[in-house]
Design a protein around this ligand. Structure first.
Ligand code: ADP
Ligand code: 5SP
Length: 571
């Protein structure tokens, strides 16, 4: 084991709190995790990490559960014999957009934490609202309509903030809180994102919001690098409310590196952290994912967590209402392109659970067999039509379609698109296994096609490498389909830490933040220390001549299918 300083990265995502510890040379030293359902499911009455109020479309998590999870994950790190005293810096990644509402007592409660008690015992009084709205929340359509109209159009809002209005974005959530629960809004002294909330616990004071994660709020003017005055006014309900809202939001930390201060004495006394251990700005889980490896332009990351996301980096700011642009969390002037799908892991699980239960220990065995035994688009003979589907157990983000399942067919060139009649029986549940994964990948291909170019030798435009991260990256059948549909001329890779990539990105951020030389960029420092060996594994060839073009033939039909469904949904 390395004897130098260590760095801890957290990931507080939808279903788990993960922790990963690395050395200065980026070797993984220790890991631990808390699984919200397994550890706290009954106690907090949650499922898949959240509670749902179907009537209003609210999705939220108990803040107390996150407090308990932090104590528990640190206890587990200690039990795993992690040399906690050698940890020099801590950063992390957290589910984006979610918010935590602090009461007037929050700041002082954080300052006087007693190591003889637990966080949850002492911090219940610290919040004006006991829940954190979750990114799956879709209760804010009225607020989204106001945000989209406020600057003139969705396009104008996207130009200003990197995204058009989205249910989960924190600006619309805060606005709804003010209108729906005015007493909570009035009692709120500070509002944190989940990332700055977790950083605050460790810092022992309320931490500023981070420059990457702030771009998931619809409130940050990306070009001007400041809060967007007019959107603050909308959120606050008028000009008079702006100063109060600014106070609640606090300042934004512009530097993703450096330190915000030393760790709270609570963690020193309770878990044996070094009092000199520094708390580095935390960011969102997607911004942290792009820090988990030296990503180059034309490389893409597909994150297969509870949500599915597709990420690329670019120095060019090209906002559009159909996707997100966010600030790169470490490189000023660079951006993260993101597509985010609500119907990711849980939608695939629903299709999996309609298949007979496998007899062995791998719950995905039957699903994977079905995926691999079904040919692309389920075209077995020249006369077969291509099968296309949308599988949305929850209302989707891209496109903004209500919950439902739709099955269509088209000719292999995309013509003759038709909805499948309910009573046709040549589409068994086995076929859905391949079609849902293809559908998720086709949506990514459709929406990222303007960002990719031919990587070499006049090959079709496509990503150079595709990196898979998140829980689903462990699945070889999903990796195959991602490569079939999206290409990736240099192949499809998974990170060795699999589901822990965002926590790893957080840990790397801490290394860079505290060891960077003057003006040394994240890419320069991590690029020097990172080696492929032991970090990534090739899991699919990616681009397959012929197969890639087959999917190209139906991308247009896929888009038309979405449009038809959208038209019906909005009429
Ligand atoms: N072998 C597997 N094949 C496919 N999906 C998997 C596999 N293992 C885990 N998953 C999926 O990973 C999801 C959790 O991913 P993870 O990245 O840990 O989630 P989050 O960060 O959102 O809490 C689960 O919903 C599950 O569907
Ligand atoms: O809403 C988004 C991104 O915009 C989600 O990607 C969340 O950030 C949650 O991520 P996971 O829990 O699925 O990792």
């Amino acid at each position: 084991m390395s004897s130098g300083p260590l760095y801890l990265g957290f990931d507080l995502s939808t279903q788990q709190l993960k922790a990963i510890v690395v050395s200065s040379d980026l070797k993984v030293v220790s890991e631990a995790k808390v699984d919200f359902d397994a550890d706290f499911g009954a106690k907090y009455d949650i499922s898949k990490g959240v509670r749902v109020n179907e009537d209003d479309g609210e999705v939220f998590a108990p803040v107390a559960m996150w407090l308990e999870a932090l104590d528990l994950v640190l206890q587990r790190l200690k039990e795993n014999k992690c040399p906690v005293q050698d940890i020099r810096g801590i950063s992390g990644s957290c589910q984006q957009h979610g918010s935590v509402f602090w009461s007037a007592d929050g700041g002082s409660a954080l300052k006087k934490l007693d190591a003889g008690k637990t966080l949850v015992e002492q911090l219940t009084i610290a919040f004006s609202y006991e829940f954190g709205p979750n990114w799956q929340d879709h209760s804010t359509q009225a607020e989204c309509d106001l945000f989209d109209a406020h600057l003139g159009s969705k396009q104008k809002l996207a130009e200003a903030t990197g995204s058009s209005a989205h249910h989960r974005f924190t600006g619309t959530q805060i606005m709804r809180m003010r209108r729906r629960r005015p007493e909570v809004y009035a009692k709120t002294a500070r509002i944190s994102l989940v990332s700055s909330f977790l950083a605050s616990l460790l810092l022992g004071e309320i931490a500023p919001i981070d420059i990457g994660d702030v771009t998931g709020m619809n409130l940050w003017d990306i070009r001007k690098d400041s809060w967007h005055e007019s959107l603050l006014q909308l959120t606050a309900g008028g000009e008079d409310g702006i100063p109060e809202l600014r106070k609640k939001l606090g300042d934004v930390r512009m530097d993703g590196g450096g330190t915000m201060g030393s760790i709270s004495s609570y963690f020193v006394e309770k878990y044996g952290f070094n009092p000199e251990c520094q708390i580095v700005p935390f960011t969102g889980d997607n911004p942290a994912t792009i820090l988990a490896l030296p990503l180059r332009p034309l490389d893409a990351i597909v994150s297969l967590g509870t949500s599915s996301t597709f990420l690329m980096i670019t120095p060019t700011y090209l906002p559009d209402p159909s996707y997100h642009f966010m600030n790169h969390p470490a490189n000023p002037g660079h951006y993260m392109f993101m597509l985010c799908y609500k119907n990711g892991g849980l939608a695939r699980e629903k299709v999996r659970d309609r298949l007979p239960k496998p007899s062995g220990s791998d719950p995905w065995a039957k699903f994977n067999k079905a995926v691999l035994e079904t040919p692309p688009l389920d075209i077995k003979t020249e006369t077969d039509k291509a099968k296309l589907g949308l599988y949305f157990p929850m209302p989707e983000i891209v496109p903004n379609i209500k919950a439902g399942t739709w099955r269509y067919t088209s000719k292999s060139d995309g013509s003759d698109l038709q909805e499948k009649a309910e009573n046709e029986d040549d589409w068994p549940p086995d076929t859905d296994a391949r079609i849902i994964v293809e559908s998720q990948a086709l949506s990514m291909r459709l929406r990222s096609q303007n960002l990719v170019t031919s990587p070499k030798d006049a090959l079709p435009a496509q990503p150079r490498r595709i990196y898979l991260v998140g829980g689903g990256s462990l699945n070889p059948a999903i990796a195959r389909v991602m490569g079939d549909v999206l290409g990736g001329v240099d192949g499809v890779y998974k990170l060795d830490v699999g589901g822990n990539a965002c926590a790893l990105g957080g840990a790397y951020k801490a290394v860079w933040a505290l060891e960077r030389g003057e003006n040394e960029s994240f890419d320069a420092l991590i690029g020097k220390r990172w080696t492929e060996e032991g970090a990534i594994q090739k899991v699919d060839d990616g681009f397959k001549d012929g197969t890639f073009q087959k999917y190209g033939g139906v991308v247009g039909a896929f888009e038309d299918m979405e449009k038809r469904i959208l038209e019906v949904a909005h009429n």
